[in-house]
Design a protein around this ligand. Structure first.
Ligand SMILES: Cc1c2[nH]c(c1CCC(=O)O)Cc1[nH]c(c(CCC(=O)O)c1C)Cc1[nH]c(c(CCC(=O)O)c1C)Cc1[nH]c(c(C)c1CCC(=O)O)C2
Length: 354
């Protein structure tokens, strides 16, 4: 059994399992060396290369889960969308009109990024910890299709479009939902042992808009993946104001970004396994402060099942030694002892006998 799957299944494990969002990426020198030889799409589409990149962080660190090397944009290519990375995704011809949406194909389970299934099988042959598959939530994928470059202003262009073209928006979100379900089912059939849905831009919206254009589609994706052996992680960024809406999502695990204290998420989602949420910025400098910051997150995570992670993807300028330090801190933290003897906030992290 695995400590990651135990915690995902709702077990209050003695040690928090740890994996790191974007752990197979640009902070790793061996990843950057591979990039000298391959383009990003080439790496995603070659199952052997994608499997090898998935394994890179596991070879360096004692992590409790692997995440498949791919991208949230991967399944969109089979819908007929042309995407470049610069380094974030840029859609060459944005989707704007109902006719644009109607032109998008829903390729079906066999036609949606079939190479990903081969990559999953290749990872499973060599990986000793659970493999997490993933996809982008329909709302976040739609954001990139309509308004790739607009992150700086909270995707105002996309928010305007939702109100200007609600019919096109609903059709687009429906098609993305169908494709995402096929894509995740393909990953599960090939052997991923958990799935995470990334809703990176959910936080740009007010609750009423998210309730109309985000939640129903995310719910439909999660509900379609009802294999009890494969836990579902829902992760929305900047979504403190939406926590209450997540309460009835069919997800075993809720990811929390660095801005929301885990204790606040715990109150909004009692009994749920929480995942997160050390600020990725903390890992870049001052390694002497890292252990204490990581322990503060671990203490916030007490009181229910917790999977340690960052509050968003690891930054490319993170020194690899700092990752090792965080992992050692998580390994050394006995959650049961801390919960029994929890000292006042701001203590030395070792706990005080009751
Ligand atoms: C929004 C989003 C994207 N992609 C992803 C999200 C959701 C998580 C989040 O909010 O950060 C998810 C993602 N992207 C990638 C992975 C697999 C690897 C892993 O997590 O370890 C995962 C899970 C590889 C990648 N995807 C991308 C790279 C970098 C490509 C390069 O080498 O230049 C990698 C390793 C490109 C990409 N793709 C995307 C962006 C914003 C970028 C820019 C660069 C970056 O943030 O790393 C879209």
């Amino acid at each position: 059994m695995s400590i990651f799957l135990d915690a995902a299944a709702g077990k209050d494990t003695r040690r928090a399992p740890i994996w790191i969002m974007r752990q197979a990426g640009r902070y790793l020198p061996e990843y950057n060396a591979l990039k000298e030889r391959y383009g990003f799409w080439e790496m995603c589409r070659d199952p052997e290369v994608a499997a090898e990149i998935t394994m890179l962080p596991l070879r360096r660190f004692s992590l409790d889960a692997a995440i498949l090397f791919s991208d949230i944009m991967t399944p969109l290519a089979d819908m007929g969308v042309e995407i470049e990375f610069a380094p974030g995704p840029v859609v060459t011809r944005p989707v704007r009109t109902l006719a644009d949406v109607r032109r998008l194909r829903v390729p079906g389970p066999e036609g949606t990024a079939p190479f990903v299934a081969d990559a999953v099988r290749a990872v499973r042959e060599r990986c000793h910890v659970p493999l997490i598959g993933f996809a982008g939530a329909p709302l976040t994928l739609a954001t990139y299709l309509v308004d790739a470059g607009g992150a700086a202003d909270g995707h105002a262009g996309f928010r305007v479009w939702l109100h200007a073209q609600p019919e096109a928006a609903r059709l687009l979100l429906d098609r993305l939902t169908d494709v995402t379900i096929d894509y995740l089912r393909t990953q599960i059939a090939a052997g991923v042992q958990a799935v995470q849905l990334f809703d990176s831009w959910a936080g740009s919206h007010e609750p009423a808009v998210y309730a109309e254009f985000g939640l129903p589609y995310t719910r439909r994706v999660l509900a379609a993946l009802d294999d009890p052996a494969v836990p579902r992680v829902h992760f929305a960024v900047g979504a403190h104001h939406l926590l209450g809406l997540f309460a009835d999502l069919p997800a075993e695990v809720v990811g929390v970004d660095w801005r929301t204290p885990l204790s606040a998420a715990r109150r909004a989602l009692p009994g749920r396994t929480l995942q997160g949420n050390l600020d990725p910025a903390v890992l870049v400098h001052r390694p002497e402060a890292l252990a204490e910051r990581a322990r503060a997150v671990l203490r916030e995570g007490l009181g229910g099942p917790h999977i340690f992670n960052l509050g968003h993807g690891i930054r490319p300028d993170t020194p690899v030694g700092h990752v090792q330090r965080v992992i050692e801190t998580v390994h050394g933290f006995d959650r049961h002892a801390e919960a029994d003897g929890a000292g006042p906030a701001g203590d030395d992290g070792k706990g005080v006998p009751a």
